[in-house]
Write a protein that binds this ligand. Structure first.
Ligand code: ATP
Ligand code: MG
Length: 391
């Protein structure tokens, strides 16, 4: 076997047991295939134990690394060289990889065997490769505090040698846990909530409500931009945009008064739920964080829950705003969130919104409107977009 460039995708050996493991691996493989479909140059994927090996063909390896780093369920992304299963071939590859590095640098070789039948122990292999690097490049060994780490991994059919590794997203492959519908507004919270849900294996669809015809398209552009960023983590994302302004006016006309905000939230939940059922989504996800604003008191969150029949997941319930913003920066949605927009939630807001509400008083208000007609009419105006992911 000639030496061959590749990229190793490693997934957690942790906590993967029994039948879950099969599902995890199937979803991961499928997600990797989808993520790589857009990369020019044939990419071949081989499976090993807890590792996928990408053989890039003519595709740019950097592009593969970038894509894989965003996929959920992968803990380490490691560009490597694959060579024959002999200590000599591993040592050649290590020297070859390092000779273009500025040297001399303190180095360490870390060897491990996924195939325990190899002729040398890990220690012997590390020593042999280390000796060659020392002799040929004149670099000093430093096992405690190396500047460069050379990893040598013995696998079933080959040895992988590498000097570079990147942290992946971790978590579970998207799809493993089912499908959810994210209520996506323009702020910091809901994109982060979506990210956390995806990272626990939920494939996410997105619904965004606009105040149209009372507001312009600015909030739709923001939602679209958010979905483009979030799509890097799952691929094939869909954004459903639903104008709800006229229905908000109906609530106001029915005398919602101080209940307007919560009545509007319940209407969004009910409409989202109707869409979720159509999409086969098993849960709704919001960016709610306890106590952040008046609509997020425990009392109001409870009243909103009571309008839902699907589980309403709130990944950020106990997060502080600063924690949410830090995470938004990390996942690339923080630049979008502060952009100005016309948000449906700030339409028709009462001067003193209720911080304590009950299901009974909301139900009484809602009885003055024909929800059975209103919700399908609102949903009929939905438009679906499929934003391509951001480069
Ligand atoms: P975010 O920072 O996510 O925009 P927010 O602070 O604006 O949240 P609220 O207006 O209290 O939040 O809404 C709480 C949650 O309700 C949001 O995180 C989101 O899940 C959902 N939501 C609010 N407005 C919309 C909207 N226009 N379209 C879809 N979902 C919405
Ligand atoms: Mg918020």
């Amino acid at each position: 076997m000639d030496s061959q460039d590749c990229v190793l995708l490693k997934y957690g050996e942790l906590s993967l047991k029994g039948r879950n493991r099969g599902r995890f691996e199937r979803e991961l493989l499928r997600n990797v295939q989808v993520a790589l479909a857009g990369v020019p140059g044939a990419v071949q994927i081989e499976r090993r134990d807890s590792v996928l090996v990408l053989l890039p063909g003519t595709a740019a390896r950097q592009e593969l690394v970038e894509r894989a780093r965003h996929l959920m369920g992968i803990s380490v992304v490691q560009p490597a060289v694959r060579v024959r299963k002999t200590p000599g071939a591993a040592a050649d590859a290590a020297v070859e990889l390092l000779k273009d590095h500025a040297g001399p640098q303190r180095f360490a070789v870390r060897a491990r065997r996924r195939d325990k039948d190899f002729a040398l122990t890990s220690e012997q292999l590390a020593a042999e490769v280390g000796e060659r690097v020392g002799n040929e490049l004149g670099w000093p060994v430093d096992l405690d505090d190396p500047q460069v780490e050379i990893s040598v991994e013995v696998d079933r059919h080959e040895v992988f040698v590498s000097v570079e590794r990147h942290r992946g997203q971790g978590g579970l492959p998207v799809g493993c846990s089912g499908r959810g519908l994210v209520l996506l507004s323009g702020g910091f919270d809901s994109p982060v909530a979506a990210y956390r849900a995806m990272r626990r294996g939920l494939r996410c669809e997105f619904i965004h409500f606009t105040g149209a015809p009372l507001t312009g398209p600015s909030s739709t552009y923001k939602a679209y931009a958010h979905v483009r960023q979030l799509d890097r983590f799952q691929g094939r994302s869909r954004l459903h945009v639903v104008p709800i302004g006229a229905a908000q006016q109906e609530l106001a006309r029915a005398g919602a008064g101080r209940l307007q905000t919560i009545a509007h939230r319940r209407l969004m939940i009910r409409t989202a739920e109707a869409l979720a059922r159509r999409l086969g989504a098993q849960a709704l996800i919001t960016g709610d964080s306890l106590g952040q604003v008046a609509s997020q008191t425990l009392s109001n969150l409870t009243t909103i829950d009571q309008a839902a029949t699907l589980p309403l997941l709130r990944p950020l319930l106990t997060w502080d705003k600063q924690e949410i913003i830090d995470e938004a920066r990390r996942i690339g949605t923080a630049e979008i969130s502060p952009l100005p927009d016309e948000d449906c939630c700030s339409l028709l807001t009462p001067p003193h919104p209720a911080t304590h509400t009950t299901d009974a008083e909301l139900t009484e208000l809602e009885a003055r409107i024909d929800l059975g007609t209103l919700i399908p009419a609102v949903l009929a105006k939905a438009r679906t977009f499929t934003p391509p992911h951001a480069a």
